[in-house]
Design a protein around this ligand. Sequence first.
Ligand SMILES: [Zn+2]
Length: 187
Amino acid sequence: MKTLLFSTLVIALSSLAFISTESNSDDHNHADEHLYNEMKHSRTDTVPTFPYQKTEAEWKEILSSSQYRILRKKGTEIPYINEYFDYKGDGIYVCAGCGQHLFDSKHKYKSGTGWPSYWKPIDDSLVVELEDRSFFMVRTEIVCSNCGGHIGHVFDDGPQPTGLRYCMNSTAMKFVPRDEITETSSN
Ligand SMILES: [Zn+2]
């Protein structure tokens, strides 16, 4: 529990740090770029090539600035001030970058962290786990297996039957009501 609280605090502080740099776009980009490079170097060599590819310019065109910061630059949104942390609609959550189905509301639970949390993805093949050594922690990052977009992290303090907590960013996903789900629920 202490680790969870510590992680939450660090992530919350890092979110605030991002916000404070947003007043100056040059500094912001520089800080993000620096963080991104740090993370890139700390990963293992097994980062896959994702099938859904766009150039940086295309991503910036498609995504809002906050979606881009989280999905493409591995940012974290602020807990409790995001769209889905307490949302209880019946349906699925798809990747805001490429529309791939990721999580089902049936597997969503109240974690108390202020971020939408699930105990499993719809299918394990829909996400890829990567090692993340940023912020003086070793965490397991979750990215979309189709476009490689950063969605959140997975921890081992979730509820049964998996014992896992997929701690996601609302901004990285879009909710699709159950009766509107299509094979490629895209943006
Ligand atoms: Zn995606």
